[in-house]
Ligand binder design. Structure first.
Ligand code: FAD
Ligand code: NAP
Length: 533
């Protein structure tokens, strides 16, 4: 019987892994190689080996109601898009509320995990850890790997001829911390993912000139959406998901691309890609068009080669006297503590059932958590993965046979290959609502809309038409939370509160006017209806 679970890493995924183990009556021991929790979101001035590293200014691009854990809404007054320090505050509150810290062994790195000799019958693992130079070995019944996938830089220097003779500064985005060192310099940023976009915009306020090079362009979307609501609040509802799955993808793409081009024409701004909107992980940046139109950032094509001081682009243009090159070229997936026979990574691809379980193992006592690149937030997905994994470990949820799992993996790979442009960043893509529902179905916590509409129509309405917030997965089934309904019914207050900081008195007359218009419109429609029939 599974009892002792090793959790590797105390970032967002590791914290929720500990909690989910406790909820299922398991005994977690979490090993964290650094001296604190928070993983990627804990800013430090120097990057640490094996831990993701962020720049000082990072603001998350998934909103607080969509990124919180399902039974722990972020406080009302927290901004919708939080600075990394605010996210850390939220994680610390979560750890404190559920008393998670006592299960974490800080400064303890997992060096290896290996199957025990009798693994086929026990499913147990030998976990070797190291703390301050001393090694320790312990046996665990199960393992949750929560080490993230933004720690190992993808630095494709061989694709950039001449880089070895380039005399200026040359760094990966994980080493970029603040704009101060680039004051008055001419900087080239390579890659237009979210790191490249953010860094180019930030640098453009202090550097002399910033060139942002992209090999295929990008559709640039924004945090602030319709009526000023957060983008994911407006876009990630069950209803929208249903519509976009029903419409042909060419139509959905057309509608989104038209809206984005209405904001600024991607062709005129040098950003227009060859692929459709849905073919690439979204670049979210509210400020980039402003910096381009003001001439502070110039979009450029792929780099052909470097000389000792200059950069030559594929269109033949040259920029002289470049002082620094920042490679915002993404990350590689790696599990250095795990044998290839357990987890194998090929071209950033890993063969896992539901992106979690190495399906070839004799026993399903190991799961990878957070190894997804969602259109949406990672945290609630990691949480649902942990809820599923812990119940699989306990034998309460049975995984299908190996053939069915292999088929599912193949199907997902096929879908990704068909939708996304080939790139090493597009190997673990998931759509938030669809993937959450998929996990929830296996776990038995997917909200039953018919039941909700018949027993609690107001809630049903919010669940179908409102944002698909994580609380929806706490309404029923194992792990049900009594606060879930209230969290859903009050979510709009928490969204509005941090921006509505100057309370306005709307005069009765102003409030009446739109209502009168609505009543008028309804009466006209009724009149037309009666006239015709
Ligand atoms: P991490 O936060 O990377 O934590 C992993 C932990 O494991 C670390 O503490 C590390 O020290 C520890 N560890 C690693 N190896 C070992 C070992 N061998 N032994 C012991 N401990 C180990 N996601 C979103 O959902 N929304 C966003 O807006 C968003 N913005 C991002 C911005 C940037 C700049 C980057 C790079 C990523 C962003 N992400 C975002 C993705 C981000 O990875 C997740 O938000 C989240 O941090 C994942 O949490 P995690 O716990 O899985 O991994
Ligand atoms: P990324 O999403 O993997 O983007 C890497 C970029 O580099 C892509 O534009 C890619 O182009 C390009 N690239 C890779 N190899 C290249 C090569 N050989 N030549 C030219 N271009 C190359 O990495 P990221 O931007 O660091 O983002 C990592 C994760 O962090 C993502 O999940 C992102 O959303 C998140 N993030 C979030 C925020 C935020 O919330 N504010 C900020 C930063 C990052 P192709 O598309 O052509 O492969």
């Amino acid at each position: 019987m599974v009892k002792r679970v090793a959790v590797i890493g105390a970032g967002a995924s590791g914290l929720t892994a500990i909690k989910c183990c406790l909820d299922e009556g398991l005994e977690p021991t979490c090993f964290e190689k650094t001296d604190d929790i928070g993983g990627l979101w804990r800013f430090k001035d120097e990057p640490e080996d094996g831990r993701a590293s962020i720049y000082k200014s990072v603001v998350i691009n998934t909103s607080k109601e969509m990124m919180c854990f399902s039974d722990f809404p972020a406080p009302d007054d927290f901004p919708n898009f939080m600075h990394n320090s605010r996210i850390m505050e939220y994680f610390r509150m979560y750890a404190e509320k559920f008393n998670l810290l006592k299960y974490i062994h800080n400064k303890t790195a997992v060096c290896s995990i290996e199957k025990t000799w009798d693994f086929p019958t026990t499913g147990q693992w030998i976990v070797t850890t190291e703390r301050e130079g001393n090694q320790d070995i312990a046996i665990f019944d199960a393992v949750l790997i929560c080490t993230g996938h933004h720690s190992f830089p993808n630095l494709p220097l061989s694709s950039f001829p001449g880089i070895e003779q380039f005399k200026g500064q040359n760094l990966h985005s994980r080493e970029y911390k603040r704009p101060d060192n680039f004051k008055g310099k001419r900087v080239l940023v390579i890659g237009i993912g979210n790191s490249g976009g953010d860094i180019a915009v930030e640098l453009s306020r202090t550097a002399e000139k910033v060139f942002l090079s992209t090999r295929r362009g990008a559709w640039v979307t924004h945090r602030v959406s319709k009526n000023g609501y957060p983008r994911d609040i407006s876009n990630l509802s069950r209803f929208q998901n249903l519509i976009s799955k029903t419409l042909p993808s060419s139509v959905t793409n057309y509608l989104i691309e038209s809206a984005l081009n209405n904001r600024f024409n991607h062709c005129n701004y040098g950003l227009l890609p060859q692929h459709r909107f849905n073919g690439q992980h979204p670049t979210v940046n509210d400020e980039l068009p402003n910096r381009i139109i003001s001439g502070y950032v110039q979009i450029r094509p792929n780099v052909k080669e470097f000389t000792s001081t200059d950069v030559i682009f594929e269109d033949g243009t040259v920029e002289k006297n470049i002082d620094a090159v920042i490679f915002a070229t993404g990350y590689s997936i790696s599990f250095p503590f795990c044998d290839k026979s357990v987890l194998q990574v090929n071209n950033n691809k890993v063969c896992l059932y539901k992106y979690m379980f190495p399906y070839h193992l004799e026993m399903y006592t190991l799961a990878v958590v957070g190894l997804i690149q969602p259109i949406g937030a990672i945290m609630p997905i990691s949480e649902l993965q942990c809820r599923l994994a812990t119940r699989v470990f306990k034998g309460l949820v049975k995984l299908p046979d190996k053939e069915a799992m292999a088929f599912d993996i193949g199907k997902k790979k096929f879908k990704i290959d068909n939708r996304y442009v080939p790139s090493q960043r597009h190997t673990i893509q998931v759509d938030y609502v669809e993937y959450m529902d998929e996990l929830a179905t296996v776990l038995g916590v997917k909200p039953d809309l018919l039941r909700l509409f018949t027993t609690d129509p107001r809630l049903g309405f919010q669940v179908l038409f409102g944002p698909c917030t994580p609380y929806q997965f706490r309404l029923m089934g194992p792990g049900k939370w009594s606060g879930a309904r209230n969290a859903i019914m009050t979510q709009w207050n928490r969204i509005i509160m941090p921006t509505k900081t100057r309370t306005l008195k709307i005069s009765t007359q102003d409030a009446y006017f739109p209502r009168m218009l609505l009543v008028g419109a309804v009466m006209i429609i009724l009149a037309i209806f009666m006239f015709h029939f």
